[in-house]
Design a protein around this ligand. Structure first.
Ligand code: NAD
Length: 479
């Protein structure tokens, strides 16, 4: 596969510094790539701006644009096994995640937004002014910069790309430097599908390439998924240049387990919800508030289940948990485990790097702490690794305050057999998404995004159509 940058339909090596993409399960170098410099980013943005104005793209009838997106979806599906294996090698996620979730979700997104292309309507409105006709229409924004993180490289890219193209924009993509390969492979398939040159451009590299894209005056919108700290910087820069911006940022999702919850179902759902992709999930369930009467039972069962998960190279279909993406993430998990011990939480399982065959990869054991207190840093800060905190609560009345006592508001879970309790909590928790009695689900039709420091704007659903268009009002005199 190609590892160059895609600019204006040409694969270009780039002249910036070289960097490598590494298989986190083995430490093996998978590819050498080039850091996009200011000139590369400028060329990509200029190409996207030309493509936006070109009749081949702007003049494409909606049904033809929908057909192109369906063709991309078909190609992605035809190559699903290959791309899932590529994602597993580059990112580390086990095949049950890449083949079972990431790639099918990306395919679904292209199909879902292909469906929207022919249904993006404006309104007519009765104005209280004589002899005028009024209507609104939704127009594309222009060049959109899509900056993605390393935890679900392909899937999160497609959450942005599918609606951006469905609405007629052109894009410059900057994948995370740790995991660029599935993005480049998708770009090849997009070319093969017949999307005109310059509509989709990819520049590789790290923060500097991202900054150049955010600064560029011809970019009309930035859609960013990543850390809250970088999101703040990007939001500030977009504010200065008055670009539109969508930010999908960090999280520290609470999972509330009421006294009447089905504990075994809650253990199973929270195990998966906390440890999917080794906890490198922005919506991972990470702080479990359990009625004090059931805290020990829940914590022991959760730790037992976590301790029995099989770690290994994600290409092995028997593996439950793959490696973390990098040595930095392993160091981060180890740092928080040390903090948890220092702060007095009880370590029930995990807390180490495995040795033996796994020593060359970036593995970390699934870790469960019990008796965690609200003020402890492991309960407050985003760890983005396989470290779970079980916390007893005494009074159900304090639950909402405990769950909401966080700078984040991306997601939350509630486990209760009482529909009143479950739905009351779901209304009161400040989070963009609440799941009741289930692990996380994602669907192109369900709006996704965060409250508070977890972000600005929503992806998926009709909300993403709004996020990639702006409204024009057209008035006509009837006299
Ligand atoms: P990150 O913020 O370090 O990097 C994300 C992307 O931004 C990368 O492509 C990186 O190269 C680029 N970048 C870094 N600094 C930049 C800058 N100053 N200007 C422009 N681009 C810059 O995040 P990460 O470590 O790759 O991802 C993990 C974070 O992403 C976690 O905080 C996680 O919660 C969050 N995340 C959120 C969601 C969501 O939907 N809310 C989904 C996945 C991940």
């Amino acid at each position: 596969m190609r590892t160059d940058m895609l600019i204006d339909g040409e694969w270009i090596a780039g002249s910036g510094d070289a960097f490598t993409s590494v298989n986190p399960a083995t430490g093996e170098v998978l590819a050498e790539l080039r850091e996009a410099n200011e000139a590369d980013v400028d060329a990509a943005v200029q190409a996207a701006a030309r493509a936006f104005a070109s009749p081949e793209w702007s003049g494409l009838l909606p049904a033809a644009r929908a057909k192109l997106l369906l063709r991309v979806a078909d190609l992605l599906e035809e190559h699903a096994d290959e791309i899932a294996a590529l994602e597993t090698r580059d990112q580390g996620q086990p095949l049950n995640v890449s083949a079972g979730f990431s790639v099918p979700n990306a395919v679904e997104h292209f199909r879902y937004y292909a469906g929207w292309v022919t249904k993006i309507t404006g309104v007519t409105a009765p104005l209280s002014i004589p002899d005028v006709d009024y209507r609104s229409r939704r127009e594309p924004l222009g060049v959109c910069g899509l900056i993605t993180p390393w935890n679900f490289p392909l899937m999160i890219l497609v959450w942005k790309l599918a609606p951006a193209l469905a609405t007629g924009n052109t894009v410059v993509i900057k994948p995370a430097e740790q995991t660029p390969l599935s993005t480049l492979r998708l770009a090849e398939l997009i070319e093969e599908a017949g999307v005109p040159a310059g509509v989709v451009n990819v520049v590789t590299g790290g923060p500097e390439a991202g900054k150049a894209l955010v600064r560029h005056p011809l970019v009309k919108k930035i859609s960013f998924t990543g850390s809250t700290a970088v999101g703040r910087e990007i939001g500030a820069e977009c504010g200065r240049t008055l670009k539109k911006v969508s930010l999908e940022l960090g999280g520290k999702a609470p999972s509330v387990i009421a006294a009447d919850a089905d504990i075994d179902a809650a253990v199973q759902g929270n195990l998966l919800g906390g440890l999917l992709n080794s906890g490198q999930v922005c919506a991972a369930y990470t702080r479990f508030y359990v009625d004090a009467k059931r805290h020990d039972e829940f914590a022991e069962k959760l730790a037992g289940a976590a301790g029995s998960l099989r770690l290994g190279n994600g290409l092995d279909p028997e593996v439950h948990l793959g490696p973390l993406v990098s040595a930095e993430q392993v160091a981060q998990a180890a740092h928080y485990v040390a903090l948890g011990k220092e702060e007095g939480a009880e370590l029930l399982t995990g807390g180490n790097r495995p040795d033996g065959d796994l020593a060359n990869g970036f593995f970390y054991e699934p870790t469960v702490f019990a008796g965690v207190k609200q003020g402890m840093r492991i309960a407050r800060e985003e760890i983005f690794g396989p470290v779970l905190s079980v916390m007893p609560y005494e009074e159900p009345e304090e639950l909402v305050q405990l769950a909401n006592d966080s700078e984040y508001g991306l997601a939350a879970a509630v486990w209760s057999r009482d529909i009143g309790t479950a739905n009351r909590l779901a209304h009161q928790v400040k989070a963009g998404t609440v799941w009741i009695n289930m692990m996380q689900g994602l669907d192109a039709g369900a709006a996704w995004g965060g409250m508070k420091s977890s972000g600005i704007g929503r992806e998926m659903g009709w909300e993403a159509i709004e996020a990639y268009t702006e409204v024009k009002s057209i008035w006509t005199s009837l006299v």
